[in-house]
Design a binder for this molecule. Sequence first.
Ligand code: SIN
Length: 520
Amino acid sequence: MDCDVLVVGNGIAGSVTALLLAEQGFRVILLTKGETLEETNTAKAQGGIVFRGPGDSPTKLYEDIMRASSGSSAKHSALLVARLGPILVKKILFEYLNVPFDRDGEGNLDFFREGAHSLRRILHVKDYTGRIIQEMLNQKVSAHPLVELKSGFMSLELIISSFYAQDHAWRYKPRECWGAYVFDRKKREIIPIFARNTVLATGGLNAIYEYSSGGPWNTGDGLAMAARAGAHLVNMEYVQFHPTLFYSTHPSDSFLISEAVRGEGAELIDHQGRPFMHKYHPLGDLAPRDIVARAIFRELQSTREKCVYLDLCGRLSPEKIKATFPGIYEELLRHNLDITKDPIPVVPGAHFLCGGILTDSWGRTNLGRLYAVGEVACTGLHGANRLASTSLLEALTFSYRVAHRIAKSQDGFSCSSILPWEEKIGDPPPVSVIEGLKDMVKGNTWKYVGLIRHRQGLSHAREVFLQLYKEVVTLRDRHGISKEILELTNMVESALLVTESALRNSRSCGTHFRADPPEG
Ligand code: SIN
């Protein structure tokens, strides 16, 4: 056995799980496919993390979570996170990592407010909370003697007993996970890493959409791998669209404009400067995300414009804008936009997968020795629509639970010898071929599996993705394994998982909105 625990993915979920286990004496291997430790969704989180604001209580947080999801969240998860989450913020983020959350002039914690929250309760470090948390986690995991950090290592398949054991007897026993086949990008070899327990913390699948707040690394790797291994995936149709991404004619230039900007008073306006959210919901600009995102979509349909605008000028002083949102201010200056004077062009974009690999309240999947945590997992907390700034909180809560469970369940572990990985490493196909195929995925998800869906469009997208899948298999046979091919495979498979779930579910709820024309 190479390690006690293999953790795949180094965002908050993976890093905290790894650290909590290493602190208890377990040998952990922490993998990231990126060359650096910054290629995580955590690093891109702007707004912050839910804590306990003035006048707050677990019951109020629980109620907000349930209301944002229209009652579709799993009650046990919502209760667990509402009670345990803020305690862990204190233990792990304040006491263990010393995250320098913003405070006011009197030294009190400063809280943001975001959509669908009944009060201010979101801790932040300016508007780059996730980046700071990620940096502090990176320092800890790099320094820990029991965490072996491997960057540039991409898992390509879970080692599942019933598929890969040499001995046929394993086919007749309950399936379990013994680690992963991993592609070492520098050495250009595929190696198995054996572990008593494996934790998937690989994030979501934003990169399958044209406009997305996530990085290009968000290719659904853990989801596709888990599906191939026979894990149960649920709620895959519930892809949350953030209402406000900076609009650029080059979708890859777009990035998140935090909901906290609206929480601090910014207003959505149309191309003629008219506010419109009051037409759609009593909470106006601070309505739940699914409602704001669809309202923008409807405005764009009726005006035939490419974007709406988010207006801060006149609502916050230039000094306050620069002090509160320095990251967004600087980034937009690089795009020649001064947000102290000009409204920001925005469109909705894919932001977070509310579904994923089904786990119990200890992060266990239906496969023995396999856990999932963070965005790749579905604990049921988010139901059909996630409450803002609960993703880091969920990751923290369930990382703690996974680590606790693994530490407590040190049963005997023996695995048989396994089959070698047969595919060869190769050079990737030309960039234009890979990018062309990725664009096909993104264009079709955006058009047919986006904010508003209908059966015909979903069926069409499904056919496209099945055809693309065949093309990818042919390319893979011809070119061998590369990071590019693996990511493309995972993107197509993830797009199929979302599309098929969306087709199966004709009932609109939260982020999944079906507008099928009436039958007949
Ligand atoms: C934001 O800052 O708007 C994103 C927060 C989140 O998605 O939870």
